[in-house]
Design a protein around this ligand. Structure first.
Ligand code: HEM
Length: 428
């Protein structure tokens, strides 16, 4: 009896814990119908306009959703900068190559001018991925909204949550299963690699010192041409395409390629060599509609992973900072300044005018102070150190050095003195 009660209490505590830990947020279709009726339309307009200026933004939105939602929750934690004790998730090596973050704020700004403090950044991540997929010729997906933004980043949890490019297929399937996505859905989601690019850093282990025998020889030649160095400079923008035929179209070319041993990552190729996943690869390679249907279902599940409740989350006004941090910053230009100095170089790769060298090794941990104040403190500190140092040296010299010898009196001065006293000077 006592044991039963103990177990019952224990399960209650566990239930409370899981509710707290995994979020209990309610999301629904048309969440903003009363508070910001045009929210979804505004996101769509912005996604289209950004796509027309920078086509690769649409590609980025799909990857952003994966990297945000797979780590704990769809809560825009990925967008937070390192400030006020927060360690940005953008620093993680799993997030290498992520780009176009700065344009998320373009979407946010449009929403803030229409409906201030209403639409969450987490919903922007979800809706922009949905609309980005359409721009790339993918399916349209009905998505719920009402997600809340997290107040913290989950940097420490990334490695255990996001699969790596050389993880085994069994591990990858287990990771996706943990967020409710089955084998068919996992195969479909990896079809996102039908668009975009991959930095050489992530593929050289398949090319050097010897070429992975499972790679199609022609494709291996192309890859070696794109990635000629076994140890690529991590700051160089050296990349290859998964799908060379239609790199900006979300289609089933990806599956046709891996059936021809043209999978870019080892995880891509494993979809074909693993007997559990290969039947779905074959089906998707022959039926683009089936691929789109499965992709929609799986992306929807991913986009609804553990939404935060009202209490756990918030609606950020600037997607890069949780609201508390904003109290310390003076103006939007200050925020832009902080973000620019903290942003990892990857985000700017698409901007040819961007000088990456200025950001290398700049792991600045901002504290929420005004940058002007920091400069003032540093300069003041240096000045005080200089003055105190000089004073100490002076005191030391006074005590230890012998008294200065008197300067010998010049002949001219001697003559003048003697004349004054009326004494004859020798030689006169
Ligand atoms: C096992 C799972 C996955 C692994 C290991 C993986 C890994 C990678 C890697 C290493 C890159 C190249 C990054 C670079 O070097 O620039 C990449 C690119 C990309 N991934 Fe994945 N990925 C996975 C699943 C997904 C999923 C589920 C999606 C979306 C639904 C996705 C969307 C993308 C997109 C769109 C790109 C191209 C990004 C760009 O061109 O900016 N990936 N992925």
């Amino acid at each position: 009896m006592a044991t039963d009660r103990l177990l019952c209490n224990l399960s209650f505590i566990l239930l409370l814990f899981f509710n707290f830990h995994f979020g209990t947020g309610e999301i629904q279709l048309n969440y903003y119908s009363q508070t910001c009726p045009n929210a979804e339309e505004i996101v769509k307009e912005q996604v289209i306009s950004l796509y027309n200026k920078h086509g690769n933004t649409a590609v980025s939105w799909i990857r952003t959703l994966f990297h945000d939602c797979m780590v704990k929750s769809c809560d825009a934690s990925l967008l937070l900068e390192s400030i006020n004790g927060i360690q940005s998730e953008k620093k993680s090596t799993r997030n290498i190559g992520m780009r176009n973050f700065k344009y998320i704020n373009t979407i946010k700004d449009a929403l803030e001018s229409a409906c201030p403090m209403t639409v969450s950044c987490a919903d922007i991540v979800a809706l922009s991925a949905r609309d980005g997929a359409v721009m790339l010729g993918g399916p349209h997906i009905e998505m719920k909204t009402g997600r809340k933004d997290s107040k913290e980043s989950h940097l420490a949890e990334i490695d255990a949550s996001l699969p790596n490019h050389n993880d085994s297929m069994m591990y990858v399937l287990a990771r996706f299963r943990s967020v409710g996505i089955d084998v068919e859905g996992t195969v479909a989601l990896l079809g996102a690699h039908s668009v975009g690019r991959l930095h050489c850093l992530n593929v050289v282990d398949r090319l050097y010192p010897t070429v992975d025998p499972t790679l199609n020889p022609n494709y291996a030649e192309y890859l070696k041409g794109r990635c000629p160095h076994p140890a690529p400079d991590p700051n160089a923008v050296e990349y290859a395409r998964n799908d060379r035929e239609s790199p900006m179209i979300l289609d089933n070319m990806y599956y046709k390629n891996i059936m021809n041993n043209k999978g870019l990552l080892s995880v891509d190729q494993e979809l074909m060599s693993n007997p559990i996943t290969s039947p779905y690869v074959e089906k998707m390679a022959t039926d683009n509609d089936y691929f789109h249907e499965q992709f929609s279902k799986a992306l929807l599940i991913l986009s609804e992973n553990n939404p935060l409740s009202e209490d756990e989350g918030e609606v950020r006004t600037d997607c890069r900072f949780e609201t508390r941090s904003l109290r310390y910053a003076i103006s939007k230009s200050d925020l832009d300044h902080i973000a620019a100095s903290l942003a990892p170089f990857m985000d700017y790769e698409s901007d040819p005018s961007f000088d990456k060298s200025q950001f290398v090794n700049k792991n600045v941990e901002a504290t929420g102070f005004n940058p002007g104040l920091i400069v003032l403190l540093v300069v003041g500190g240096l000045l005080i150190t200089f003055l105190v140092g000089n004073y100490v040296l002076y005191m030391y010299a006074q005590k230890t050095l012998p008294p200065r010898k008197k300067k010998p009196v010049s002949k001219k001065k001697l003559k003048r003195e003697k004349l004054k006293q009326g004494v004859a000077v020798p030689g006169e």
